[in-house]
Write a protein that binds this ligand. Structure first.
Ligand code: TXA
Ligand code: MG
Length: 408
């Protein structure tokens, strides 16, 4: 099977389930992993689980294989990929310099959901991986299957999330299959991914400061604790500068401002602060992927966040209005509030307890996919605090909602 382009062949699934120490000698497991690893080494596309979401892997040095990722996903070619490694020793093959702050972060968080943007050594990786930038994003995933595949294939693996572009990232092998069957060689099924939102993307500087280019599995608080220096977040800073009803992510905001009347209105009221935010964004190192609206559900999604007593009536009001309009409605709320909304929407899904935002992160993408499956036309999600992993949850919700986040 050719890795690039469409074909009608079925995608192979290696069903491994969760790896555990007692399964290390399992023959079927070993054979599946080496089959998948060999295919990767030959330039094929194989999806695999990581601790964040499923990734679509290809040898990062092989341009034809990397081109296959972009075509299988339908991904814009100016959006660079993360390179996954299993051993820090290989960094020197394709990274020009590792700063002290990067070392500290690697010591603290690798393997784990942290991606570091580092200066790239020219001539080793496919230029398609970096989309022509002079930096490369690298991470070491904290998942035994991912680590085994990388080690056994002996390839640095370029691996974006294994979804079709514009769909929520996959947290199970079934999600990958639904999006990419017939477009990739195989999927290693290792059960559900853990964290549920993608890694935090960080760029450090020689002064030991860090900029978070994409919030994710490692929080700003955790980064600051290790660096003991300034950690700024591109997207959250923007959000604070803008009218609170605006998007969390300014680059999405800029893109979608002219899209609807409502946002046109916000544009006129928030022009000054928006300009400040844009200036800030232009100064800051960029994560090119942040400018894309990553997931636009086929229906309309809105997010309500704020004090419980005020959020409830707001949600009820918006849902009743949607029902009057004849919409098929979806609601995504925390367990504690499920009862009070009992019959207010056609499809009601839970993010788990509001006291466990890690659980909420792990459920978010599956819930958004479920709404698409149920063909809901109007969805409302209850937002959460931006503490810890909450920042990543709100970032992804806001993107999915095209910035329609209401602070009530
Ligand atoms: O958790 C994750 O990071 C998952 C799993 C599969 O590892 N991967 C993932 O990859 O989310 P992807 O391609 O969907 O997102 C990569 C992000 C994009 O926002 C991209 O713009 C940014 O990383 N990125 C990649 N290379 C970059 C670079 N050189 N400079 C700045 N941002 C970069
Ligand atoms: Mg992605």
């Amino acid at each position: 099977m050719k890795s690039s382009g469409m074909n009608n062949e079925q995608t192979v699934i290696w069903k491994l389930g969760k790896l555990s120490s007692t399964r290390n000698n399992d023959q079927e497991l070993t054979e599946s992993l080496s089959e998948a690893a060999n295919l990767l080494a030959q330039g094929e596309l194989v999806a695999f689980p990581t601790e964040t979401v499923y990734g679509l892997g290809a040898d990062a040095r092989n341009t034809e294989a990397v081109a296959g990722i972009f075509s299988a996903k339908g991904r814009p070619s100016d959006n660079p990929l993360i390179v996954h490694i299993a051993d820090r020793a290989v960094l020197s093959e394709f990274v020009a310099e590792v700063l002290e702050a990067d070392e500290k972060l690697m010591d603290a968080f690798w393997p784990g959901p942290l991606t570091l943007v580092l200066p790239v050594k020219p001539g080793v990786l496919s230029p398609k991986v970096t989309a022509g930038l002079d930096t490369v994003a690298v991470r070491m995933p904290d998942h035994p299957i991912a680590l085994a595949l990388i080690a056994e294939s002996a390839c640095p693996l370029a691996a974006p999330s294994a979804n079709r572009s514009g769909r929520p990232s996959p947290t199970t092998a079934e999600h990958v299959y639904a999006d990419l069957n017939g477009r990739i060689h195989g999927i290693v099924d290792g059960g559900a991914a853990g964290v549920g939102v993608e890694s935090t993307v960080v760029r450090t500087n020689a002064s030991g400061e860090a900029t978070v280019l994409r919030p994710g599995g490692i929080s700003i608080g955790e980064l600051s604790q290790v660096l003991g220096a300034s950690v700024r977040e591109v997207s959250a800073d923007h959000g604070k500068d803008i009218n609170p009803a605006q998007a969390v992510n300014v680059e999405d905001t800029v893109e979608t401002l002219s899209a609807t009347d409502e946002q046109q209105f916000l544009k006129s009221t928030a022009e000054d602060t928006l300009q400040k935010a844009v200036n800030f964004a232009e100064e800051a190192p960029r994560s090119p992927g942040m400018k894309y609206t990553h997931y636009a559900p086929s229906g309309m999604l809105e997010v309500c966040v704020g004090d419980e007593q005020e959020v409830k009536p707001e949600i009820q009001k918006r849902l009743s209005a949607a029902r009057v309009r004849g919409e098929k409605t979806g609601l995504l709320v925390f367990d504690e509030h499920l009862k009070s909304y009992a019959t207010s929407a056609d499809v009601i899904l839970s993010l788990g307890s509001k006291h466990d935002l890690r659980e909420a992160a792990s459920r978010l993408y599956a819930a958004l996919r479920r709404f698409d499956d149920e063909q809901t036309t109007y969805m409302l999600a209850e937002g959460c605090s931006e503490d810890g992993i909450g920042a990543a949850i709100m970032n992804r919700m806001s993107k999915a909602a095209g910035g329609k986040v209401y602070h009530v």
